[in-house]
Design a protein around this ligand. Structure first.
Ligand code: GLV
Ligand code: MN
Ligand code: MN
Length: 426
């Protein structure tokens, strides 16, 4: 048994094996994407494909000798014993659920990277002082039940378990029933005992690292996120006979809100880094010759500045009322997700930067544009993330999402170096 740091120096994961495993998991829920003609991944949270993916990852965890625990929100923890097994573990994690139009890397790199690290330690007979836990959290994407980072938010106390259980998808399916259906309604307490540290390796999902030729992003934090779900109700009517002045067109109301978001961005009033998206616009009945009587729409706001985010939220909410008055519609909206910006732990970020340097890799600090389980975990323990570049402008939430084997392996190598350091802290 070797617990000396020296033995870990130069330890590298097997990039080919990692890439192969990413490919295998990517087969589960695969489909042919109409737009790109490429093979994409659809493992929407708690779907049949997610269940299959979960079972596969648990099988891999057990094969590596991890002891597996499932909590009451379906988060899964695979634990590798430490020499001092009473000490809080170093946790490595992410998610394996996906948006319905995903690639193979989002979330999976963090989880399968964690398993690759365990396999490397097992093969080299390396034993850490603290236990190492590899986690995957339930419904990080939020596409199905409306709120993102759900499992990690419940594990860290931001969302109550009973509130999570009551969430419904667009077809009225209740989360707790769907969780039970997957066989992952576990018995373990959902409130996580703080680990010693939490680490997550993820694709950047953006163009910055690749365009700058940088190997590793040292993630300094995550921007604020605000999601609204809107139901706009007007009056369905005949497109040919209904005079314009008598219309209550829910489609026009949605379009006005969407354009307002663009105006808010170009105004510069909410900082230069605000982002806004109306990602879902579903008119009803959605037919060529009928004024839409109802539209279901969503608004996604992002901003690295919390004060700017608050101002932007206030502005768009006030505009909903303006649209109600001008377009003779009613707008019901609810906040489906909301997180403030998060700053990661400087000391862990420094270790990531140093780890990259030691491996001869270039690195830069970067703020995450996407939400991650790490931002929830940062409430419990010192936390930071490693980003790896993506090809094709870092496109993500799309089947074209692609990082090379080398890019993935470098990120996980850095993560392993930092995990080993932290796991040896007494
Ligand atoms: C998660 O992927 C998000 O940032 O929407
Ligand atoms: Mn992700
Ligand atoms: Mn994602």
């Amino acid at each position: 048994m070797d617990t000396r740091s020296a033995s870990r120096q130069g330890l590298k994961i097997d990039g080919q094996r990692l890439y192969h495993t990413l490919g295998e998991l990517g087969q589960i829920g695969s489909y042919v994407d109409e737009e790109t003609g490429l093979s994409g991944v659809n493992r929407l949270a708690l779907s049949a494909a997610d269940k299959q993916g979960r079972n596969q990852v648990v099988t891999w965890m057990r094969a590596l000798g991890l002891s597996v625990t499932v909590d009451r929100i379906g988060n899964v923890y695979g634990r590798r014993a430490g020499v001092r097994d009473d000490l809080p573990p170093v946790m490595i994690g992410s998610h394996i659920d996906s948006v319905p139009t995903a690639g193979r890397f989002d979330g999976c790199l963090g989880v399968l990277g964690g398993l690759e690290i365990v396999q490397t330690l097992n093969a080299n007979d390396v034993h850490t002082l603290r236990p190492l836990t590899v986690a995957f959290f339930t419904d990080e994407e939020g596409c199905r039940f409306g709120t993102d980072m759900l499992g990690s938010a419940v594990a860290t106390g931001r969302i109550a378990l009973d509130e999570a259980y009551r969430l419904r998808d667009a077809n009225g399916c209740v989360l707790v029933d769907e969780l039970r259906g997957t066989g992952f309604l576990g018995a373990a307490d959902e409130r996580l005992t703080p680990p010693h540290a939490y680490l997550e390796c993820h694709i950047e999902q953006g163009p910055v690292l690749r365009s700058r030729g940088v190997d590793i992003g040292v993630v300094s934090g995550v921007q604020a996120i605000s999601w609204h779900e809107l139901t706009i109700t007007g009056k369905s009517a005949h497109a040919g006979t209904t005079p314009m002045y008598l219309r209550a067109d829910a489609g026009v109301a949605a379009a006005r809100i969407n354009l307002k978001l663009r105006e808010m961005i170009s105004s510069g009033q909410f900082g230069n880094e605000m982002r806004a998206t109306m990602g879902a616009i579903a008119p009803n009945p959605g037919l060529v010759n009928i004024v839409p009587g109802k539209v279901r729409a969503t608004v996604d706001l992002r901003n690295p500045s919390d004060p700017h985010m608050k101002d932007a939220e206030a502005a768009i909410i006030a505009f909903y009322q303006t649209v109600e008055e001008c377009e003779h519609v009613s707008i019901r909206w609810r906040q489906s997700a909301r997180t403030d910006s998060v700053k990661f732990d400087d000391s862990v970020a420094r270790r990531i930067a140093n780890g990259a340097t030691a491996l001869g890799l270039s690195h830069e600090p970067i703020t995450s544009g996407a939400g991650h389980d790490a931002q929830e975990m940062s409430r419990l323990c010192k936390t930071a993330m490693v980003f790896v570049p993506g090809e094709y402008d870092g496109i993500s939430h799309n089947p074209r999402e692609y990082s090379t084997m080398e890019q993935c392996a470098r990120g996980v190598d850095v993560l392993m170096a930092v995990a080993l350091e932290l796991a040896d802290e007494s």
